[in-house]
Design a protein around this ligand. Structure first.
Ligand code: ADP
Ligand code: ZN
Ligand code: ZN
Length: 720
């Protein structure tokens, strides 16, 4: 329950609980119903003289949560000021939260029977035959695991073979696969470059907890370093946890890990069925699996034999949970690494200022990969000054010519615009009216070739009005461009090549992006996309990237905006020239003299980061100060302000902490609800934590708190 307390129960009749009950689930009466609880302590009740209810049953034969994980979760509750019950609920996979019995998790694999081996030549061409050949040719007897994406593709064929007695499903002994790796040369792995080798040497020279920041330009071979480090870890019989951003966990990524590691690699992300997530979590808990690759919430996977934690693209925003318990998975990776006494490898082409700051202070070791292996070179970047240029659909003529030249060479171009839809604004040219959402303080985006309006914040829809609702004029115009309008324009301009748009509208399903890119293939063509295309995929024939509209990010009020924009630009630019062909990047802007762009061009991301760090230090922003944000929302503005005023008064003026007055959020209305906030800032973290420790429990007791939805965000990444 999201309540800031635990509940006491008597043990089920006949049971005598001991300390080993901690971390096990129990079924308990709660209110008028029943709930699944997790034992967090055994002993006399916290309050004397209260009639205790009796727990109904102990559900687990042994603890689900190890001491280390439970301690980390308690830390998480304290640090983020979240109720322990909410933290525990979040950390357990849904299936276990619901009190289900623990499922079988041993990995199974398919292998040919003797009959199958002899029948191989007589099989007709088709799926079953291809599978049989693969099983026969595998270096291990069990070549295809009955788990993961790979297996889903083979399952039909495997069942067909099994039905004829030609293949069978056998359990894989934990450790046998890892054992067979010992001393074996990395199959298919390239010879490490000098920089990769020295990164690996540094990792190998280290035992126990140590944070490493692997700073390598895109395509420099960071993933290769992860793979080698994981192999070291497997050879030692230990487990590796790999965190990847939402957008980075593609079938392609998993396949690469599976092929190279030669052991089962479990996936963990929100796209999996509950049962699959439970099994992956438990397989790690039981030590039956050794490698798990997952998104943010995978940081709560039990690791009884931990050897390594990797956080890929550590700067990525998706590591911060934006509702409920607002944890940061990268920060928790460091907490867990320390508790487990294992190295933590943070990788990025564009490290977060937080991690750079840690490295500057000597709290993390920096490992650098400054070059791309082989002949691949980083792309050349050019700024296109858009002032006083004629634009057609948002592209200037130089950009269009560059695309034409790229296509003429038979190569691929990417037009990057981080805005989906047809156009961001519908404007009346006569009176200045623009289409805004009735429920949000925000413009509505034009979609459907300009015929529909959609609010990207609350999902509200409307038809495009035939005339201006204010003045009745007919001069309504689409302002600006989104991906849809770019697609229309580029299709008309380049009718002979495929034009593929990748954004949340065209590409919803997990895996759809890969399918589309595969179909797009290596032939000449134009890709248009949002940040979905910014990373992850190798497109060897992509040689030109045109970035449209970076200006919004240059003048944002958010203190993290320039860091984010620089990261995005570098990541997008990194798509070009990954293979042998040289790449070029064109940045369209109305502000070519902007210091951030100038610094980025002259000194690359490290120079931007140094500049941003100096600015943050001068302005007293993270990582030089520590922030916490109290947010509230309610249908009525008065309720929000009433709660925030009372909360602010309760806070007082704690030592070492500066708090703002209650204020409206930058987007003061969203989805029909008024929103407000109070921001706390402190030079020293202990002062901030002490203030929150005293303050947050008192907020639960406020009457006005019941009329709003409120939350506390420690280390917020967004200030709205
Ligand atoms: P990153 O994770 O930094 O983007 P990758 O590890 O994906 O980089 O490597 C980029 C490309 O370079 C991949 O195609 C990879 O196979 C290749 N590569 C990486 N390391 C080497 C190496 N030592 N020798 C040759 N090719 C390499
Ligand atoms: Zn008008
Ligand atoms: Zn809206």
């Amino acid at each position: 329950m999201p309540l800031p307390r635990a509940f006491d129960y008597l043990p089920p009749p006949g049971d005598s609980p001991g300390a080993d009950w901690v971390g096990r689930r129990v079924r308990v009466p709660f209110g008028t119903g029943e709930r699944v609880g997790l034992v967090v302590g055994v002993g006399p009740p916290a309050e004397a003289g209260i009639a205790l209810r009796t727990a109904l049953a102990l559900l687990d034969p042994e603890p689900l949560l190890t001491d280390e994980l439970l301690a980390t979760l308690r830390f998480c509750a304290r640090y983020y000021h979240a109720p322990l019950g909410e933290v525990l609920g979040m950390a357990l996979p849904v299936g276990l939260r619901d009190g289900q019995e623990l499922p079988e998790t041993r990995p199974f694999a398919w292998r040919l029977t003797e009959a199958g081996a002899t029948a191989l030549d007589r099989l007709r061409p088709g799926g079953p035959r291809r599978l049989a050949e693969r099983l026969a040719g595998g270096s291990q007897p069990e070549a295809v695991l009955d788990d993961g994406e790979d297996a889903t593709a083979w399952r039909g064929a495997a069942r067909a073979l099994a039905g004829r007695g030609l293949a069978e499903r056998v359990p894989v002994q934990a450790g046998t696969l890892a054992g067979s790796l010992a001393g074996e040369r990395d199959p298919g792995g390239p010879e490490p470059t000098a920089a990769q080798q020295s990164a690996l040497d540094a990792l190998r020279a280290n035992a126990g907890f140590h944070p490493f920041l692997l700073e390598g330009i895109t395509g420099s071979g960071k993933t290769e370093v992860y793979l080698q480090a994981i192999r070291d870890c497997l050879r030692a019989g230990r487990q590796a946890l790999v965190l990847v951003p939402e957008i980075g966990l593609t079938p392609q990524t998993l396949q690469r890990f599976r092929r190279r590691l030669g052991v089962p690699v479990l996936a963990f992300h929100s796209g999996l069925a509950d049962g699959e997530r439970t099994r992956a979590w438990l397989a790690m808990a039981r030590g039956e699996a050794q490698v798990l690759v997952g998104t943010r919430s995978a940081i709560f996977t039990p690791l009884p034999a931990a050897g390594l934690i990797v956080v890929d693209e550590e700067h990525d925003g998706s590591y911060k949970q934006q509702d409920g318990v607002r944890y940061h998975a990268r920060d928790l990776a460091l907490v867990r690494g320390k508790a487990l006494d294992v190295p933590v490898l943070l990788g990025s082409a564009t490290p977060s200022l937080e991690s750079l700051h840690q490295a500057l202070r000597g709290r993390a070791s920096t490992l650098r990969l400054p070059l791309r292996p082989g002949s691949a070179r980083p792309p050349r970047v050019r700024v296109l000054d858009m002032r006083k240029r004629v634009l057609s659909g948002g592209l200037c003529s130089e950009a269009v010519e560059a695309i034409a030249a790229c296509l003429a060479r038979g190569e691929q171009a990417l037009v990057f615009k981080n805005r989906r839809g047809y156009a961001p604004v519908l404007l009346c040219h006569d009176c200045g009216w623009s289409a805004t959402c009735k429920r949000c303080d925000s413009a509505m985006t034009l979609h459907g070739a300009g015929r529909r309006l959609l609010c990207h914040h609350c999902g509200a829809r409307a038809a495009r009005p035939p005339a201006c609702p204010d003045c009745g004029g007919l001069a309504l115009q689409a302002q600006g461009v989104g991906t849809e309008r770019l697609e229309e324009l580029l299709q008309a301009r380049f009718p002979d090549v495929p034009v593929l748009r990748i954004d949340r509208e065209t590409t919803r399903r997990r895996g759809e992006l890969e399918e589309k890119l595969k179909q797009f293939g290596d032939a000449s063509g134009v890709l248009i996309g949002t940040q979905m295309l910014a990373k992850g995929h190798d497109l060897p024939r992509l040689t030109l990237v045109v970035v449209v509209g970076v200006d919004e990010g240059l003048f944002s009020a958010d203190f993290r905006a320039s860091e984010r924009l620089a990261q995005l630009l570098v990541q997008v630019a990194g798509r070009a020239g990954r293979a042998a062909l040289p790449g070029e990047v064109l940045l369209q802007t109305h502000h070519p003299e902007h210091p951030m762009l100038a610094t980025l061009l002259a000194g690359g991301y490290p120079a931007v980061a140094a500049l941003a760090l100096a600015e943050r230090e001068a302005a007293g922003f993270p990582p030089y100060a520590h922030l916490a944000m109290l947010r509230a929302e309610a249908p009525l503005e008065s309720e929000v302000q009433g709660f925030l005023a009372e909360a602010r008064a309760l806070l007082g003026e704690p030592a070492g902490v500066v708090a703002t007055a209650p204020m409206s959020a930058p987007m003061a209305r969203r989805a029909g609800r008024a929103r407000g906030q109070v921001l706390l800032s402190a030079a020293q973290r202990p002062a901030l934590q002490a203030a929150l420790d005293a303050w947050i429990p008192a907020l639960y007791a406020l009457k006005s708190a019941r009329r709003v939805r409120w939350s506390i965000d420690v280390d917020p990444v967004d200030l709205y």
